[in-house]
Design a protein around this ligand. Structure first.
Ligand code: ADP
Ligand code: MG
Length: 474
């Protein structure tokens, strides 16, 4: 699965020259991030970390990932409309996990009031690694699907151009011409624009709900710009603004600062730290509103790790997608082993197995954003401690996926240039829009390749571990 740059990997002067150019090309192309020191100002910015070289991705697996994306869109959407499934699946989790419980309470509350929202917009990203099984043939295995605030669709729309130029410097013009175009920012914007249009008010705006620390603003701006280009007004607000200035009218239309909001696009709200009591109130107000939330709270819950684990149970996919045998087969083919830690015999058995062999598993709490999972000795220690307590039901267990490493240079501001053994994670963006019961858009919207050094078990570009990459299909 090696990319054809092994020959230049250790040619130091050439690599140095390429790295200098790469950084400037990234800055020129807009592969940007605000700095850690000034996360909320654009006076001083830097490039977002990225690989010097594109990483090899098996063509067949790349195509498989694209081919299953519309199925995943349908699945997530079906889960979000299945109250019985969400209630049953999350019952044990919400007893012990306060964050999921609070989300769930809002979910129940808006259902009981009756939904005002009739246009639904989903933007997700299904992430995969290429597992090298016993016979060394890589297989596409899903890590997770992100149904809220899936990021880097903007910046990654601009990374292929940088890698194309780098390859040319390295004398690989032919290979450069084979890097695929990729424009998730446009795809995501098309979905938002469609939801905005179906909402049906020319003067209404799209509201990006953003975090306090906005280092990754340029990623969001890429999508915003696409909307402005379509003459759709975008505003950026925090939960606090919604709490202070948001209101609903009799028809539960959402207003903020006197502006009607057609679409709420959450780029926050996925971790407990995003919420204080007032922010929870703001979230409830948004969910009660007629505006198309991306995602609505049901779809956020559909993206929990507990739901992912339940999907892997025999028969679950068939029940959620009746009459869609081909979709079910495509989805199931991407599943790694996933195990419930609910109290009982099944959970006891798998907990014992993981304690005996921690390097074959990942222990995952119901959290997003990277840096929360447990591996190896730490997994063993934590599981030993909680194995007889209800606390263990706030986690799920997953088979550890073991990709074949390859060499690359990870370019980060203020970091020395050195070769690292790396592994990659491929994400495919999915976008869909539903009006009432009718699916009016169901698309894949581009890809994201992230690469990290093998010494890091967990990932995430925002978490400072992974960097942006471009797939080179082999
Ligand atoms: P988060 O919601 O925090 O992003 P993920 O499930 O995506 O949670 O896990 C974070 C990172 O941990 C992934 O990007 C990947 O690098 C690593 N990881 C997660 N699950 C596995 C697994 N089953 N095998 C190997 N690595 C994994
Ligand atoms: Mg993830």
């Amino acid at each position: 699965m090696a990319a054809p740059w092994e020959d230049v990997l250790h040619e130091e002067p050439l690599v140095r020259e390429a790295a200098l150019l790469a950084v400037d090309a990234a800055l020129l192309a807009g592969v940007l991030m605000r700095t850690e020191e000034e996360p909320n100002a654009s006076e001083v910015v830097n490039y977002a970390p990225f690989t010097l070289l594109p990483s090899a991705v098996p063509n067949a697996l790349f195509e498989q990932a694209y081919a299953v994306q519309q199925d995943f869109n349908l699945l997530v959407d079906a889960i979000s409309q299945n109250r019985e499934f969400l209630e049953r699946t999350l019952a044990s989790t919400i007893k012990v996990d306060d964050f999921t419980a609070r989300l769930f309470r809002i979910y129940t509350q808006v259902l009981e009031e009756g939904l005002a929202q009739s246009v639904f917009l989903g933007i997700n990203r299904s992430d995969y690694m290429f597992d090298c099984g016993v016979d060394e043939t890589p297989a596409l295995k899903q890590i997770e699907i992100n149904t809220i605030a899936a990021s880097f669709g903007g910046l990654t729309s601009r990374t292929a151009a940088v890698h194309r130029q780098v390859l040319k410097v390295l004398g690989k013009a032919e290979e450069a011409s084979r890097l695929l175009p990729n424009n998730p920012s446009q795809g995501l914007a098309l979905g938002i624009a469609k939801a905005w249009e179906l909402y049906g008010s020319q003067s209404a705006v799209v509201m990006f709900l953003v975090e306090k620390v906005q280092r990754n603003i340029f990623d969001q701006r890429c999508v915003e710009n696409e909307l402005w280009n379509r003459n759709i007004r975008v505003i950026r607000k925090r939960f606090r603004d919604v709490f202070e200035k948001g209101s609903l009218d009799d028809a539960r239309r959402l207003y903020i600062d006197g502006q009607e909001v057609a679409v709420v696009y959450y780029r926050e709200g996925y971790v407990p730290q995003n919420y204080d009591p007032q922010n929870w109130e703001a979230r409830l107000l948004l969910e009660r509103s007629r505006a198309a939330k991306c995602p609505d709270i049901a779809t956020q819950l559909a993206g929990t790790k507990k739901v992912q684990q339940e999907l892997a149970r025999p028969g679950t996919l068939e029940r959620l997608l009746p009459g869609c045998a081909a979709s079910v087969a495509r989805i199931r083919a991407t599943f790694a082993g996933l195990y419930s830690l609910d109290l009982g015999e099944e959970g006891d058995k798998v907990a014992a197995k993981a304690i005996a062999d921690p390097d074959c598993f990942v222990l995952k709490p119901q959290r997003e954003g990277g840096g929360n999972n447990l591996y190896g000795e730490e997994l063993r220690r934590v599981l030993e401690k909680i194995k007889d307590s209800p606390e263990r039901t706030s986690y799920i267990l997953m088979d550890k996926i073991k990709p074949q490493p390859s060499k690359n240079y990870l370019l980060r501001p203020h970091s020395p240039l050195k070769v690292s053994e790396c592994i990659s994670e491929l994400g495919i963006f999915g976008v869909y829009v539903r009006r009432g019961k009718e699916m009016v858009m169901n698309e894949s919207a581009g890809h994201l390749l992230r690469t990290k050094a093998i010494e890091h078990a967990d990932g995430g570009v925002a978490a400072g571990v992974a960097v942006l990459d471009t797939p080179y299909l082999v």
